[in-house]
Design a protein around this ligand. Structure first.
Ligand code: GLU
Length: 561
C-alpha cells in the first residue's frame, strides 16, 4: 500500500467487490479481503474495522454505473481483468479448414421434443456456424417410421427457436426417398452394395464367422433386379436387405456388411404413407451429409462406429469426408431423459406432459424459468471433449442465475403459513425493496395490523425471530402467539435470530410452489399475481417462475436457489 492511504485502498477493494458482485459488500467480507491481501495489517484489524462503515457508505451512495466509473478511474486494471474473464469463457477450439465458412447440421430423429442431450448436439454445431458463418441445416431424420412421433415435428422446431439455434435450411429426409433409391442403385452398380435375401439370423451367424453370404457375389444385374423388385413391392418385411460391402473380417462385427436399406410395410410413415422401402441411418446420413455439403460434423461418441461404417460409402463414391468430432457421453442425474421413458410416463399419468418438471426436456426447463442463454452457455462450457462427464446442474443454475437475477423482483412466499398474533407491537408498515440496493425499482409496502403469517416450521416456544424489513418478535411460551421484541436488527443478529419472510394476515393470496420434490402450499404477496410468465425471487427460498394466476391463486415453478 505504497502511494495511497489505507482508506483509499480499502475503498478500491470495496468498489471492486461491489462491481463484481453487483451489490454492496458486507464489512466482514472486505475485512477478510484486506487481511488476506495484506497480512501485515492483521494487528490493525480493529482500526480497519472502524473505517469500514464510512467507506461502505460511500460505495452504497453510488449507483452501479458510478461504481464502475469510479473503479475505472482508481484501478483500471481491476476492471480490465473482470472483462477479460468474461470473454475467456465460452470459447471452443478452432475447427480446421473453417476459415471460409462451414456447413453443419443438427439431425435429430423426430421422436419427441428436444432434451438436454439434444441441446449439446445442436448448440455445439450452431456455435461454429455462428463463429465462422455458413449454413446450418436442421435435418429431420424421419426414415424410421417406428421412431416418428407426428407431434414431434413441430415440437422440435419450437424448441430450436427457443434455444436460439440459427437454422438456415430445413430438410426432411422423408422428402428424399427417391434420392436414396437413386444412390442405392449407384452404389450397387459400383459393386459397393448388394441385396441380401438371407434369413437375418443366418446372416448374423455367417458374419460372426467372418464369412460372406451367398448373395454378396451375385452379378450386379441380379442385384439391381432384386433392388427393383424390392421397390415394386415383391418382398415383405425382413425378406430383403441392402448391405454395404465392407471388410467382412473387420474387427468390429457391427461394421461387417452393415445394413443400408430395408422393407417395412407397417407402420405407415405419417408423412409418406405410400413408402415401404426405407434407408437405414448410416446410408441416408452419408448421402445427405455429402449432397448437402457438410464440412464438419460434431456428434456423440456413440456415433464412432457409425463413422467407421459411413467411411465405406464415402470411399466407394470417391467423396471427401467431412471432419467428424465425437464428444463424450453426458449423464444427467435426477431427470428422465429417454424419449420412450418419458412418453410411457406421460401416458401412464406419472408426468403431466412433455414439460413436466421431472423431465429433462427443454420445455420443462423453460417452464421452470431456465433461460435458453444459460443452457447454451453451460453446454458450450462442457465443450466437445471426448471424456465422459456428468452434467452439472450447479453450472447451469449459476449461469441461469446470472441471466435472471437482475430482472427478478423479490417477494415473500410463506410456505405452510401459520397465522400468529403479535402482541404489543405498534401498527406500522414495512417497506421492502423489490430489488436489493436498487431503490429505483420501487418497494413493496406490507402493513402490519396485529396478525402475521409465518412458516409453521419457525414456530417454537420462546424463539426470537426477525420479520424481515419489519421488527423482531418472540414466540410465546405456549407457541400460539408472539410478543413484539423491538426494532433493532443488531439485537436480532446478536441472538442469531432467523430473519424470516412473513405476510400481513389480512393481505395475501394463496400460492403453490412446485418443486421436483413436491408441492409447497402457502401464501404470497398479492402483487405476485402480476407476474404471470415471469420470474421472481421468493426471499429465503429461491427463484420461481409464476406459471399461472388463475382464480387469484399463484402457481409457481421452483427454478433454483
Ligand atoms: N439422427 C441421428 C441421431 O439422432 C444423428 C445422426 C448423426 O448425427 O449423424 O442419433
Amino acid at each position: 500500500m505504497a502511494d495511497t492511504s489505507l482508506e483509499d485502498d480499502i475503498y478500491i477493494m470495496a468498489l471492486e467487490n461491489a462491481v463484481k458482485h453487483k451489490a454492496v459488500p458486507r464489512a466482514g467480507a472486505i475485512l477478510g479481503m484486506v487481511m488476506g491481501t495484506h497480512p501485515e495489517l492483521r494487528s490493525q484489524a480493529k482500526e480497519i474495522n472502524a473505517l469500514l462503515p464510512a467507506i461502505l457508505k460511500k460505495v452504497e451512495d453510488l449507483n452501479p454505473d458510478q461504481r464502475e466509473a469510479e473503479l475505472t478511474r482508481l484501478n483500471p486494471d481491476a476492471i480490465g481483468k473482470m472483462h477479460e474473464k468474461k470473454e475467456r469463457v465460452h470459447e471452443l477450439p478452432a475447427l480446421p479448414g473453417a476459415e471460409k465458412g462451414v456447413v453443419m447440421r443438427f439431425a435429430p430423429n423426430p421422436s419427441g421434443p428436444l432434451h438436454l442431450g439434444h441441446a449439446r448436439a445442436s448448440v455445439l454445431n450452431d456455435y461454429y456456424v455462428k463463429k465462422y458463418g455458413g449454413k446450418f441445416f436442421y435435418r429431420v431424420e424421419d426414415t424410421d417410421p417406428k421412431r416418428v412421433d407426428s407431434e414431434a415435428y413441430d415440437m422440435v422446431v419450437e424448441d430450436l427457436k427457443w434455444l436460439g439455434i440459427g437454422v438456415t435450411d430445413v430438410v426432411y429426409q422423408s422428402d428424399r426417398f427417391e434420392i436414396y433409391y437413386e444412390y442405392a442403385r449407384k452404389l450397387i452398380a459400383l459393386g459397393g452394395a448388394y441385396m441380401c435375401t438371407c434369413d437375418n439370423e443366418e446372416f448374423k451367424q455367417l458374419k460372426l464367422k467372418k464369412t460372406a453370404c451367398p448373395c454378396r457375389d451375385l452379378p450386379v444385374e441380379e442385384q439391381l433386379k432384386r433392388f427393383d423388385d424390392m421397390l415394386a413391392g415383391k418382398y415383405n418385411d425382413g425378406e430383403i436387405t441392402m448391405r454395404v460391402k465392407t471388410d467382412i473380417t473387420h474387427p468390429d462385427p457391427a461394421v461387417r456388411d452393415f445394413a443400408a436399406m430395408r422393407v417395412l410395410k407397417s407402420p405407415k410413415h405419417p408423412r409418406k404413407p405410400e413408402v415401404f422401402v426405407y434407408p437405414l441411418m448410416n446410408f441416408s446420413v452419408t448421402i445427405d451429409d455429402h449432397l448437402l455439403g457438410m464440412t464438419h460434423v460434431i456428434r456423440g461418441k456413440d456415433h464412432i462406429a457409425n463413422t467407421r461404417r459411413q467411411e465405406y460409402i464415402y470411399k466407394y463414391f470417391g467423396w471427401e469426408m467431412p471432419h467428424f468430432y465425437h464428444y463424450g457421453r453426458m449423464s444427467i442425474d435426477g431427470l428422465e431423459l429417454s424419449t420412450s421413458g418419458m412418453r410411457k410416463g406421460i401416458n401412464e399419468g406419472l408426468y403431466t406432459g412433455w414439460d413436466d418438471i421431472h423431465l429433462g426436456t427443454l420445455r420443462a426447463l423453460a417452464r421452470r424459468g431456465i433461460q435458453a442463454e444459460a443452457v447454451r452457455s453451460s453446454v458450450v462450457d462442457i465443450g466437445m471433449g471426448d471424456t465422459d462427464i456428468s452434467f452439472s446442474w450447479e453450472n447451469l443454475f449459476a449461469a441461469n442465475k446470472a441471466v435472471i437475477d437482475a430482472d427478478a423482483d423479490r417477494y415473500f412466499f410463506v410456505p405452510d403459513a401459520a397465522e400468529i398474533e403479535v402482541k404489543g407491537a405498534p401498527k406500522t408498515e414495512a417497506h421492502a425493496p423489490k430489488y436489493p440496493n436498487k431503490p429505483e425499482r420501487g418497494e413493496r409496502v406490507l402493513s402490519f395490523a396485529g396478525k402475521v403469517l409465518i412458516p409453521q416450521k419457525e414456530i417454537e416456544a420462546g424463539k426470537l425471530l426477525r420479520l424481515k424489513d419489519l421488527f423482531n418478535i418472540r414466540i410465546s411460551a405456549n407457541g400460539t402467539s408472539a410478543e413484539y421484541a423491538g426494532d433493532s436488527l443488531a439485537d436480532a443478529r446478536k441472538e442469531k435470530a432467523p430473519i424470516i419472510q412473513w405476510l400481513p394476515a389480512e393481505n395475501t393470496v394463496p400460492c403453490e410452489l412446485l418443486t421436483p420434490e413436491g408441492v409447497q402450499t402457502g401464501c404470497a404477496e398479492p402483487d405476485v399475481l402480476k407476474y404471470e410468465g415471469r420470474i421472481v425471487q421468493f426471499e429465503r427460498i429461491g427463484f420461481a417462475k409464476i406459471d399461472s394466476t388463475a382464480g387469484g391463486k399463484a402457481v409457481a415453478y421452483f427454478t433454483h436457489r
